[in-house]
Write a protein that binds this ligand. Structure first.
Ligand code: CFM
Length: 560
C-alpha cells in the first residue's frame, strides 16, 4: 500500500466526515457500550473543547491498551530509582512481567549501586494465599537485606495481597525498625484503580512521605531545577540533562529517570520544579509547592520548537541576563545543527498524517515533533489520562470524583513550619504573570489539536482497526499491544513507550533521531508487500500453510 496521500484519507476540513468516521468505528457496539464510548470518542474543537469522559472503567470485553495500578506504581514512578531494592509481594508473574520491561535506562555514578537488573518477589503460593503472606514477606526483606545491605527497600502489593488483607505497611514499619534502613510499602494492588494512573498517584504519595525532604543539603549551583515526570526512556533524560547543563542549569533530580535514592531525598532543595509528564507526577509538583514553596510549570522537551520554548521559559523564571543570553546561544547552535536534518525530513514527510494513542502524555508531546516536520495529527488519545490532560487544568474543579478515584488517598499537605520558603516573592510572581508567564499550568492536548481532529480516550483494538481502514493515517504511534496488528495492515507503527529499541528522542539531538526514524519508516518499501485485510478477497481460497508454519518471505505474508 502506498503511503502517498489518497483521496479517501481522513481530512480535517470535513466536519461531517469526522463524525461519520467515529460513528462507523463505534457501530459494532451494543447500545450500552456505544453510549459510554460516545462520551470518550469525540470530534475536537479547540475553541469549544468538548468534555471527555476520561479516567473511567474500561468496559469488560473490550481490548484495551491499559495497564494496572501495580504497573503504574512499581513500574513507572518508583521502579527507576536504581539503588532501592524493589520487592514485589505477590505471585511470581507480577514480578516477572515488571522485570526490565520498560526502557528506563540508568548509568549510576561510580561507586553507586544499581539494583535494576534484579526482579525480587516473594513468590506467593497457595499456602500464603490461604494462611497469609506477611511471614514470607518479612523473610524476603531480611534475605534481601542480608545479601545487598541497601539504603532502602520498597514493597509493592499485588492483587491477591489486597484480597487476603496482608498488612504490608505494618511489616515495613517493623522491618524498618529492625534493620535501621528505610523500608516502606505501597498498597498498589492492580485492581485499585481503573488503570496505571491510580498507581502513579499512590507512588507520588509514597515517594513524598518516605523520601522527599530527608536530606536538606542543598546542591551548590546558581540555577537548580528538578525535571519531574521524565523517566529516561531510551536515554531521553540524558539528552535533557546535557542540554540544560550546556545552558548552565543544574538538574538536581529527574523524577524518576536515572535517579538515586539520595537524589530523591534532596529534591526539595531546588529553586524550580519543571513538569514533563503532567499525568504521572502533577501530584508531586503540587505537594512540593505546598510543603516547601517550590513553584512549578509545565515544560516539553519533545520537539525542537517545544524544547526551545521550554528553555526560554526556564531562563525567564530565573530572570538572569547571563542565563537568558546563554540559552539563546545554545538554541541557535542546536538549531543550526538540526536544520538540515529537519529540512530533509520535512521535504519528504510534509503533509503526511499521523494518529497517536499512547499513555498519558506522549500522545500530546509527540504531536510537536511531527509538526516540526510538517506532519499533521488527525487523531489522538491517551490510554489513561484524566480530563485535565485532555481539556486543560482549568477543568479540575469540575471533575467529579467517582468511587474509583475516591479509593486513592489524597494526602493533606501543609507548609513545613521550618523549610517552607517561597522561591519568589509575591511581587516577583506578579511581575512575571503580568508579562504572560504562567505557573501551575497545563492546557491539555485538545487546545493544541486542530478542529475536526478525532480525540479518542482508551481506544480499543477494534476502533484502531476501523480508524486505519477509514482514515488511512500514514503512520500510527502506539505500543507493543497493537503494533503488529497495525503493521499487518500495511501501516507503519512507531512504539512511543519503548521507542522500538530506538531513541533518545528528547531535546534537539533526540529530535534529529526522531525525524530520521519517521522518514525511514514512512518511506521503506516494505509496506507495499502487505495487503490489508479489507482489500483481500474473502472468497479467495485460503493459502496453504507453509510447512514450518512460519512466513519466511514477504510473499508468504501476502498469502497468509
Ligand atoms: Fe507519563 Fe511516561 Fe506517559 Fe506514563 Fe506509561 Fe511511559 Fe507512556 Mo508507557 S509516565 S504517562 S505510565 S510519559 S510507561 S514513560 S510511555 S504509558 S505516555
Amino acid at each position: 500500500m502506498e503511503t502517498e496521500n489518497t483521496p479517501d484519507q481522513f481530512d480535517t476540513a470535513d466536519a461531517a466526515a469526522a463524525k461519520a468516521t467515529l460513528d462507523e468505528m463505534m457501530k459494532a457496539y451494543p447500545p450500552k457500550t456505544l453510549r459510554k464510548r460516545a462520551k470518550q470518542a469525540l470530534v475536537n474543537d479547540p475553541d469549544k473543547i468538548p468534555e471527555v469522559a476520561a479516567n473511567s472503567r474500561t468496559i469488560p470485553g473490550i481490548i484495551t491498551q491499559r495497564g494496572c495500578t501495580y504497573a503504574g506504581c512499581r513500574g513507572v514512578v518508583i521502579g527507576p530509582i536504581y539503588d532501592i531494592l524493589h520487592i514485589t509481594h505477590g505471585p511470581i508473574g507480577c514480578g516477572f512481567y515488571s522485570w526490565l520491561t520498560r526502557r528506563n535506562l540508568v548509568r549510576p555514578a561510580e561507586g553507586e549501586t544499581n539494583y535494576l537488573q534484579y526482579a525480587m518477589s516473594t513468590d506467593m503460593m497457595e499456602e500464603q494465599i490461604i494462611f497469609g503472606g506477611e511471614k514470607k514477606l518479612k523473610a524476603a526483606i531480611q534475605e534481601a537485606y542480608d545479601i545487598f545491605k541497601p539504603k532502602a527497600i520498597s514493597i509493592y502489593s499485588t492483587c491477591p495481597v489486597g484480597l487476603i488483607g496482608d498488612d504490608v505497611h505494618a511489616v515495613a514499619r517493623e522491618m524498618k525498625e529492625k534493620l535501621g534502613i528505610n523500608v516502606f510499602a505501597f498498597s498498589c494492588e492492580g485492581y485499585k484503580g481503573v488503570s496505571q494512573s491510580a498507581g502513579h498517584h499512590i507512588a507520588n504519595n509514597g515517594v513524598f512521605k518516605h523520601m522527599v525532604g530527608l536530606d536538606d543539603t542543598p546542591v551548590e549551583a546558581e540555577f537548580t531545577i528538578n525535571v519531574l515526570g521524565e523517566y529516561n526512556i531510551g536515554g531521553d533524560a540524558w539528552e535533557i540533562d546535557t542540554l540544560l547543563q550546556k545552558c548552565g542549569i543544574k538538574v538536581v533530580a529527574t523524577l524518576s529517570g536515572d535517579i538515586s535514592y539520595d537524589q530523591v531525598c534532596r529534591a526539595h532543595t531546588v529553586q524550580l520544579n519543571t513538569v514533563m509528564c503532567h499525568r504521572s507526577i502533577n501530584y508531586m509538583a503540587e505537594m512540593m509547592e505546598k510543603k516547601f514553596g517550590i513553584p512549578w510549570f509545565k515544560v516539553n522537551f519533545i520537539g525542537a520548537e517545544s524544547t526551545a520554548k521550554s528553555l526560554r521559559k526556564i531562563a525567564k523564571y530565573f530572570d538572569s541576563k547571563k542565563l537568558t543570553d546563554r540559552v539563546e546561544e545554545v538554541i541557535a547552535q542546536e538549531m543550526a545543527v538540526l536544520r538540515p536534518i529537519k529540512d530533509a525530513a520535512t521535504a519528504r514527510c510534509k503533509g503526511k498524517k499521523v494518529a497517536l494513542f499512547v499513555g498519558g502524555s506522549r500522545a500530546h508531546h509527540y504531536q510537536d515533533l511531527f509538526s516540526d516536520i510538517g506532519m499533521e495529527t488527525i487523531a489522538a488519545g491517551y490510554e489513561f489520562a484524566h480530563r485535565d490532560d485532555y481539556e486543560g487544568r482549568h477543568v479540575l474543579p469540575t471533575i467529579k470524583i467517582d468511587a474509583d478515584s475516591r479509593n486513592i488517598e489524597q494526602l493533606e499537605v501543609e507548609a513545613d513550619p521550618v523549610r517552607y520558603q517561597p522561591r519568589k516573592t509575591p511581587e516577583q510572581i506578579a511581575a512575571l504573570e503580568a508579562g504572560g508567564f504562567t505557573f501551575t499550568d497545563y492546557n491539555g492536548m485538545m487546545s493544541q489539536m486542530k478542529k475536526n481532529t478525532l480525540v479518542i480516550d482508551d481506544i480499543s483494538h477494534h476502533e484502531i482497526e476501523k480508524l486505519i481502514e477509514l482514515g488511512k493515517p500514514d503512520i500510527i504511534c502506539s505500543g507493543i499491544k497493537d503494533k503488529f496488528v497495525i503493521e499487518k495492515m500495511g501501516i507503519p507503527c512507531k512504539q512511543l513507550h519503548s521507542y522500538d529499541y530506538g531513541g533518545p528522542y528528547a531535546a534537539f539531538t533526540g529530535a534529529a533521531n526522531f525525524y530520521k526514524e519517521i522518514d525511514r519508516m514512512l518511506h521503506t518499501k516494505v509496506w507495499k508487500f502487505v495487503v490489508p485485510p479489507w482489500m483481500k478477497d474473502p472468497k479467495a481460497p485460503a493459502a496453504p500453510e507453509p510447512l514450518n508454519a512460519m512466513p519466511v518471505t514477504a510473499n508468504d505474508q501476502i498469502t497468509e
